[in-house]
Ligand binder design. Structure first.
Ligand SMILES: [Zn+2]
Ligand SMILES: [Zn+2]
Ligand SMILES: [Zn+2]
Length: 411
């Protein structure tokens, strides 16, 4: 695989240089040309750094692939290799101003038509671009030299204070028993009972768990409904901070199932601040999803005397009331989930029952009717249920949050 990658990169490099030196320009560019060229250069530069997954990645054309060609992980220990990788990525991004300046210099040098300038007047300052390129190259060179010496990085202080961690990291990664999570195409987390390794293109750490603090920062439901199942799993943002502040805290995003598994391994579970709710069961998770979905349905106004306002018919609390009122077109067939799979149910009907429900109770009633298993759990909202009091069918679009309109007590 590496030899294929090497060949591809070599080919691109040679082709790039060859193309660049054999250009001959005879016409002046418009502003639109220049803007689109810069946009293409920018996109290409950053597509190498943040490759669209499976596209460039499959071809071995990402910056990471280039890095693996230049540095063989077997020749370096983990800390050294990870540090080189982080430095390489930062240096490449910092190289961007050079690319843009080089574009202008290249255009000026290879313009062959006499008395015609390559760039529109506002940008036509060849010497300025030469200077910019020169300065950018010097600055980039200086930056590279400065970050190259990873032993001066704050994180490296940790390995000076804890020299055993360098070897420990190696062992943890090599051990097939280690719990590992692929956070993204190039970011990995390795966890054992007492050691944690995190590695990505932008940062790395290999530390004793006793020296870090993991705390839930936020949780997020996937935004769009009807994504594929994997995408529908909630993300948990976990803030990772060092106890001696060797590096600034950062946040990793864990899928909820990984979050649960990770918590089983850790001696000290990930801390959840009181104001954050991490649903621990599927039911809780789906209930929250149900509540989010019905929030986008229209609201209904419920006229009632203040003294006659009834609490939720199921649990007796009064907050966040909802009402079943048919508002789907009633024609479409609803899917009903039960043990042997999905089957269709009759269309929704008009429920005119007086009792109101709270969001949580109706969510429970609705989801409970679906008999969903793991396979179907994110399809539950396509199902229907029956009103607990009149047995009429309703679907999720027929559930509306209630605004109360209090009428005079006298009537
Ligand atoms: Zn209730
Ligand atoms: Zn009813
Ligand atoms: Zn309906």
């Amino acid at each position: 695989m590496t030899s294929i990658k090497r060949g591809t990169w070599f080919f691109i490099f040679v082709l790039g240089v060859f193309t660049a030196i054999t250009c001959e320009f005879t016409t002046q560019l418009t502003y639109l040309h220049v803007v689109s060229h810069i946009a293409i250069l920018t996109a290409a530069h950053f597509a190498l750094v943040f490759p669209p997954e499976e596209l460039l990645d499959g071809l071995g054309l990402t910056l990471f692939d280039l890095f693996t060609i230049l540095y063989n992980s077997r020749q370096h220990d983990f800390v050294e290799y990870a540090a080189k990788r982080v430095a390489f990525f930062h240096a490449f991004v910092a190289f961007y101003p050079c690319v843009i300046a080089a574009y202008f210099v290249h255009g000026n040098i290879l313009m062959t038509a006499a008395d015609t300038r390559r760039f529109p007047s506002v940008l036509d300052y060849p010497w300025m671009w030469f200077t910019v390129l020169f300065v950018a190259l010097i600055a980039n060179g200086y930056y590279c030299i400065r970050i190259k010496d990873y032993k001066k990085w704050p994180i490296y202080q940790y390995y000076i204070d804890n020299p055993d961690c360098v070897n420990e990291a190696q062992t943890v990664i090599a051990d097939p028993e280690t719990f590992r999570i692929k956070l993204s195409q190039r970011s990995f987390l390795f966890v054992t009972r007492n050691f944690l390794v995190y590695t990505s293109n932008w940062r790395f750490m290999a530390v004793k768990l006793a020296d870090v603090r993991l705390q839930v920062d936020n949780t997020r439901m996937p935004m769009l409904p009807n994504q594929d199942e994997e995408e529908r799993i909630r993300s948990i943002f976990v803030k990772v901070s060092f106890r001696p502040a060797y590096i600034t805290p950062f946040t990793i995003t864990l899928r909820q199932d990984y979050y649960r598994q990770l918590n089983e391994i850790l001696e000290v579970p990930i801390f959840v601040p009181p104001h954050i709710n991490v649903p621990l069961t599927f039911m809780e998770e789906l209930k929250e999803d149900f509540i989010q979905r019905i929030a986008s349905n229209t609201r209904v106004t419920h006229r009632v005397k203040a003294s006659e306002k009834d609490p939720c018919f199921a649990c007796g609390t009064e907050e966040n009331m909802v009402k079943i009122e048919r508002s789907c077109d009633g024609q479409e067939q609803r899917v009903f989930f039960h043990d042997i799979g999905a089957r269709f149910t009759p269309p929704c009907e008009n429920c005119i029952c007086r009792p109101l429900w709270c969001r949580s109770c109706l969510a429970q009633i609705f989801i409970g009717r679906q008999n969903i298993d793991n396979v179907y759990r994110y399809e539950y909202h396509r199902g229907s249920a029956q009103c607990p009091t009149c047995r009429k069918n309703f679907c999720i679009r027929d559930v509306h949050c209630v605004d109360f309109d209090y009428i005079s007590e006298e009537n």
